[in-house]
Design a protein around this ligand. Structure first.
Ligand SMILES: Cc1ncc(COP(=O)(O)O)c(C=O)c1O
Length: 451
């Protein structure tokens, strides 16, 4: 019997023993093509020699130094690197150990910023439904994932939530993408007016929605409208790029493609590519100055802030991505994967939508394409797909509750940036086999839309 408290207690996962390039290998010798980087993490694949060498060298020199006593060369270097490549105006970095922690830091940083500048009446966060910002209580409170929140709701701070930017489901047939985006901005504006814009600390959003609704990219102009609205009311914009950032969509930050920069950007996952746990909140000079000219102290702090081994792995990852020109490969392989998915599933009766950017793509499954009716949630189609894909030697990241936390199924793909055309072919072929196996085994009653 295992003494590990696993994620799911009614099934035992295979034992992973090795990682090589785009593959993970289990104890029985099965190889899995990692088409999702775990949860969009392993952007450099597994076992990259430069990252391993950097980590070995670091651990031989120094394995830990607490940040209330010391800074380290490697943390300074990584911060320099991130400041050099960050969206315009953002040049300070606060290091933590993962995505949820980075979101927590960003929320507290935003609140303390307003206290520092003499606006302590700002106490409210506005965020979006069908979002995910992490599993700690603050991150869960701003998150809009209904099933993750449900049993913890009595413990969560009050937040106000607006609609996600979910074009496939919510854009009206008579609306252009721009008009749809403008409608969402108007909804946000009305919400701010209702709660009182001077009470709001920040608007929090994933630039490209990730795990909850399955890769929902913003429509043109949406984030420009959001940015203007935040500026007009002195509200901070926190963009969560934990999943969509660090090159996943073909640019280092997804918000570059929207022509805007946030006040605080939250990153993790691809920052350390899974070689070490690391996350960060990047902040603008304006926010940093308020702290420097105010109390001079961010009232936060964890034991493992700026961990040297995590920083050394992350620095090596970021340098490898740049040196190997991998963002270019993300764009090229992203277009190829998108095209091949459309070729294979574009007319599939149960694939309603294929969407995404770069190597961040998803399929949304429907019982009926014309009405977009979902499958019965009791089928747990997403779980069946994950299992069938694993059996076909493919790691994917499916999820249920796509539409409202209960209905809908999608499957997310986020392969390593190092994939080539032959991997793309394999991903589509194995995915096709998994989908055919699952859909083919569904009873006829399952193909009727869910109530
Ligand atoms: C957008 C987003 N924010 C935050 C998180 C939380 O990150 P972590 O699981 O590293 O705490 C995730 C994780 O999936 C995420 O996708």
């Amino acid at each position: 019997m295992t003494h590990v408290f696993h994620r799911h207690l009614h099934q035992t996962p295979p034992v992973a023993v090795a990682g090589r390039g785009v593959h993970l290998i289990d104890a029985a010798g099965n190889e899995y093509l990692d088409a999702c980087g775990g949860a969009a993490v392993s952007c450099l694949g597994h076992g990259h020699p430069d990252v391993l060498a950097a980590m070995h060298a670091q651990v031989d020199r120094l394995a830990y130094a607490h940040t209330s006593f010391f800074t380290t060369e490697v943390a300074e270097e990584l911060a320099d690197e991130l400041a050099r490549t960050a969206p315009t105006g953002m040049d300070q970095v606060y290091f933590v150990s993962g995505g949820s922690e980075a979101v927590e830091a960003a929320l507290k940083m935003a609140r303390q910023y307003h206290v520092e500048i003499g606006q302590p009446q700002r106490t409210l966060f506005v965020s979006r439904r069908q979002s995910y910002h992490g599993n700690t209580l603050g991150a869960l409170a701003v998150g809009g994932n209904a099933w993750r929140r449900q049993q913890f709701a009595p413990l969560l701070i009050d937040t106000v939530q607006v609609s996600p930017c979910y074009e496939y489901r919510d854009r009206r047939p008579d609306e252009t993408p721009q008009a749809y985006g403008a409608r969402l901005v108007q909804e946000l504006s009305d919400t701010l007016d209702r709660v009182g814009p001077d009470k709001v600390i920040a608007f929090v959003a994933e630039t490209v929605g990730g795990a909850t609704a399955g890769v929902i990219p913003p429509v043109p102009g949406y984030f420009r409208g959001v940015r203007e609205l935040c500026d007009r009311h002195g509200i901070l914009l926190i963009l969560d790029e934990v999943m969509c950032g660090m090159g996943r969509t073909g640019t280092l930050y997804a918000c570059e493609q929207e022509g805007i920069a946030p006040d605080i950007a939250v990153i993790a996952k691809g920052l350390g590519a899974g070689y070490q746990p690391i996350g960060a909140a990047l902040l603008s000079r304006r926010i940093f100055d308020a702290f420097r000219d105010g109390s001079g102290f961010f009232q936060h702090g964890h034991t493992y802030l700026g961990h040297v081994l995590a920083c050394s792995a992350s620095l090596a990852v970021q340098r490898a991505i740049e040196r190997e020109g991998l963002l270019d490969n993300v764009r090229r392989m992203g277009s190829l994967l998108d095209a091949k998915l459309r070729e294979r599933f574009g007319a599939h009766p149960h694939v309603g939508d294929i969407r995404g950017r770069g190597l961040f793509l998803a399929l949304e499954f429907v019982a009926d394409r014309a009405t977009k009716a979902t499958f019965d949630p009791a089928l747990r189609l997403h779980a069946q797909l994950k299992k069938a894909a694993m059996a076909a030697g493919l790691m994917t990241y499916p999820m249920g509750g796509t539409v409202d936390g209960r209905r809908g199924d999608h499957l997310l793909l986020a392969p390593p940036f190092i994939i080539d055309a032959s991997h793309v072919e394999l991903i589509v072929a194995r995915l096709g086999a998994a989908i055919d196996a699952v859909v083919g085994a569904l009873p006829a009653s399952a193909l009727r839309p869910a109530a």
